[in-house]
Design a protein around this ligand. Structure first.
Ligand code: A3P
Length: 308
């Protein structure tokens, strides 16, 4: 039993929920049948690493010409002013429904009408459909301090309607997180694999951290734009084009747009927008929990140049 008392399954070294769409079966079906386009862009994360924020930033950056009214004025119909970033950058798993055990079928999403298509997934590097790696697609990986990820998981888990999943205490959340039995865990192995892959293939995989994104959002957004082949021009920078995207995707703005409504499975849209702090874990974890998490991180990441 893992997160929320659910039965978990291990596949290629990582833990999966049994329920669709984030199941082993879906990952296997995608490994079998998913057909990437060479122009696709993928955001890869572990849940609670800031996925929703970076989905918004990538969507707004890549599609900035489409939703600009001129003079850097955003169209009021900009998707990020009216809907959850998860609608703009869908999970591959959600965008493709299982048709037969070996086939997946595309569902239309208005945000994917023109290339490049933007997708996201939590699938670990080991299990990513090989065609994604072998084609010209570009990948952005975002990671976050494990202590903040764990605490964010705890608050998020308790936003599920109680008739669907039983709430967890912070101790229970800690136990399953350390065991790695959270969706796509263990955390450390997931991060490590993508980190190593990004060192091996730096033009294909851009490795980001939530902490640096928070500290230096402007330069990180410019870095993402360059990596994705759509750098900001000097004129755009001068006109406040980058600032505008940062504001549009700020926690305050996304929180306001998503204060009502449901994401799916009874989860409110608002559940994805909480404090958005670096180091918020200090208020929630005991000294013992901190020590255990730090020790594991020091050991697992000893060869990695990541600082949170
Ligand atoms: P906290 O629970 O620590 O506040 P994910 O999108 O991967 O599920 O991650 C959720 C975390 O990202 C939450 O962290 C949430 O508050 C934070 N987040 C969401 N939107 C954000 C934004 N625009 N800027 C910064 N952090 C954001």
């Amino acid at each position: 039993k893992g997160w929320m008392g659910e039965t978990f399954y291990m596949y290629q070294g990582f833990w999966y929920r049994s329920s669709s769409p984030f199941s082993v079966q879906m990952t296997m079906a995608m490994q079998d049948s998913f057909k990437p386009h060479p122009t696709d862009i993928y955001l890869l994360t572990l849940p609670k690493s800031g996925t929703t924020w970076v989905k918004a930033l990538m969507f707004a950056t890549v599609n900035r010409a489409t939703y600009n009214h001129g003079n850097n004025t955003l169209l009021l119909t900009h998707p990020l002013l009216v809907s959850n970033p998860h609608k703009c950058v869908p999970y591959i798993e959600q965008e493709f429904i299982k048709k037969t055990p070996t086939h997946v079928q595309e569902k239309p999403n208005p945000c994917l009408h023109a290339p490049p298509r933007l997708f996201s997934t939590h699938i670990p590097y080991t299990s990513l459909p090989r065609l994604i790696l072998d084609s010209g697609c570009r990948l952005v990986y975002l990671c976050r301090n494990p202590k903040d990820v764990m605490v964010s998981w705890y608050y998020f888990s308790n936003k599920f309607p109680h008739e669907i999943l039983t709430p967890m205490t912070i101790n229970e959340m800690f136990e399953v997180f350390v065991k790695g039995m959270v969706p796509y865990g263990p955390y450390w192995d997931h991060v490590k694999e993508y980190y190593n892959a990004s060192c091996e293939h730096p033009t294909k995989i851009l490795f980001l951290t939530y902490e640096v994104m928070k500290k230096d959002t402007m330069n990180q957004v410019k870095r993402i734009a360059e990596f994705l082949g759509c750098p900001f021009s000097k004129e755009e920078e001068g006109n406040g084009g980058v600032d505008q995207i940062i504001r549009l995707c700020s926690l305050e703005s996304l929180k306001e747009v998503n204060k009502d409504g449901e994401y799916g499975d009874g989860i409110p849209n608002a559940a994805f927008f909480r404090e958005g702090k670096v180091g918020g874990w200090r208020n929630d974890l005991t000294d013992e929990m901190i020590k255990i998490l730090d020790d594991i991180t020091d050991e697992k990441f000893q060869d990695l140049d990541i600082s949170f």
